[in-house]
Design a binder for this molecule. Structure first.
Ligand code: SF4
Length: 410
């Protein structure tokens, strides 16, 4: 059953979003805002009481005391659903950390085109923390050994992952007492899937104990590794002036919106957009240059490190295309709506997927490879610039907000 349709003012308090939602309504185009009104969430699914773990089900439990065909109770089913959600998130963010570790390794060995070690002080601090010798060694030698240590955390089978040593002593003691210290980043995710296979762990508290271990393997493993390497390769953020909202798009420039999670690609697109080759290419196409902006987590990455403006958050990915002013939306992994491709068909926007892990049916795929990063970044930007001539009527909200991002943990 459809939910009550909200007014545009109820859908968003942001004037820029409201303007784009009005435009969508006028053009008869659906967005996540209208689809959310059209789709009522399933009450059983919302409460985590639907189990699809084996082919005797799905078992949809609706009241206390009910069990699945195998006898699984509601709390077991809810715990299994929750740990699988945690494992999916931990896998995604940690896999990003793995990619960063491989990029650090390639950079250390001179195999990653366009990347350099920018924050040598952070590299040396981290290496010391892991007892990696730093005196008399080049940044590349240190980075090579640090990358090996990071890469090993993913496949480690026993013991405790190394980055845990950076946690406060009191917290580590508590985790040890509770038996939730992660042994290996990948191991905890695999074990979460094993435990939730039919006929395995059926004690909700025991399942949740492992959920915490898998989450810590990400938070103090994969995600921490990703952040540390981002600082080493792209610089530790410092306060910088920035702008946010759809008004950062420019009518007289080629607008390229980067969206997703991987700074390896977006940082290289930032660097490529500032090269004389790309600036001249854009001018030859009749634009004043290339205006980069970000959506979602990628926006945060390039905003806090480079001051590149943020066009918006997760919910503005569709609305940025609604402006009609985006030549290319370049996506990598995570938070990318499948709706982008069909939405973009109403405008001239080229949706470009770049990750070997993520394709969208109907999108242009230009696969990113850190070994040829600058070459690929320039190719993507030229695709966007070539699309400038296809731009139709635009409507960019005159709405942007100044902000000061870049307050890092360091
Ligand atoms: S594992 Fe049990 S509760 Fe889940 S689908 Fe199978 S029979 Fe149903």
């Amino acid at each position: 059953m459809a939910k009550k349709k909200r007014t545009i003012q109820e859908q968003s308090i942001d004037p820029a979003a409201q303007q784009m939602l009005i435009r969508a309504e006028e053009l008869g185009i659906s967005t996540a805002f209208t689809r959310a009104d059209d789709l009522a969430p399933c009450n059983i699914g919302s409460a985590g009481m639907c189990c699809k773990i084996c082919s005797m089900g799905p078992c949809r439990l609706t009241k206390d005391g009910q069990t699945g065909i195998c006898g699984a109770t509601i709390d077991t089913i809810q715990a299994r659903n929750l740990i699988r959600a945690i494992s999916g998130g931990a896998a995604a963010h940690s896999d990003h950390g793995r990619g960063m570790a491989l990029t650090l390794k390639a950079t250390a060995n001179g195999e990653a085109e366009g990347y350099i070690i920018r924050d040598v002080a952070k590299l040396r601090t981290l290496a010391s923390c892991y007892d990696i010798p730093i005196e008399g060694r080049s940044p590349e030698e240190i980075a090579d050994e640090l990358a090996d240590l990071y890469i090993a955390q993913f496949g480690q089978q026993t013991g405790v992952i190394a980055p845990i040593r950076r946690a406060p002593e009191k917290r580590k003691k508590l985790w040890a007492e509770q038996g939730v210290l992660p042994r290996g980043i990948d191991r905890e995710i695999v074990e979460a899937l094993h435990r939730t296979h039919i006929g395995d762990d059926q004690d909700a508290e025991h399942i949740m104990q492992h959920a915490i271990r898998a989450a810590l393997g990400d938070g103090w493993g994969g995600s921490l590794i990703a952040t540390d390497i981002s600082d080493i390769l792209f610089g530790t953020p410092a306060p910088i002036l920035g702008e946010a909202n759809l008004g950062v798009l420019k009518d007289d420039m080629v607008n390229v919106v980067v969206h997703g999670h991987e700074p390896t690609l977006s940082e290289m697109i930032v660097a490529a957009s500032q090269t004389p080759e790309i600036i001249e290419y854009a001018k030859a196409a009749g634009a004043k240059g290339v205006q980069l902006s970000g959506i979602c987590c990628t926006a945060n990455e390039i905003l806090m490190r480079q001051g590149i403006p943020a066009a918006g958050n997760f919910l503005q990915q569709e609305l940025s295309i609604m402006t009609g002013a985006v030549e290319a939306m370049v996506v990598d992994v995570q938070c990318i709506m499948q709706a982008l491709v069909s939405l973009a068909e109403n405008f001239h926007t080229n949706i470009i997927t770049t990750s070997e892990k993520v394709k969208l049916k109907g999108a242009t795929h230009i696969e990113f490879d850190e070994h040829k990063a600058m070459t690929i970044a320039k190719r993507i930007l030229k695709e966007a610039i070539d699309n400038y001539k296809n731009r139709g009527e635009t409507q960019i909200p005159d709405s942007r907000t100044d902000l000061v991002p870049g307050f890092s943990h360091e």
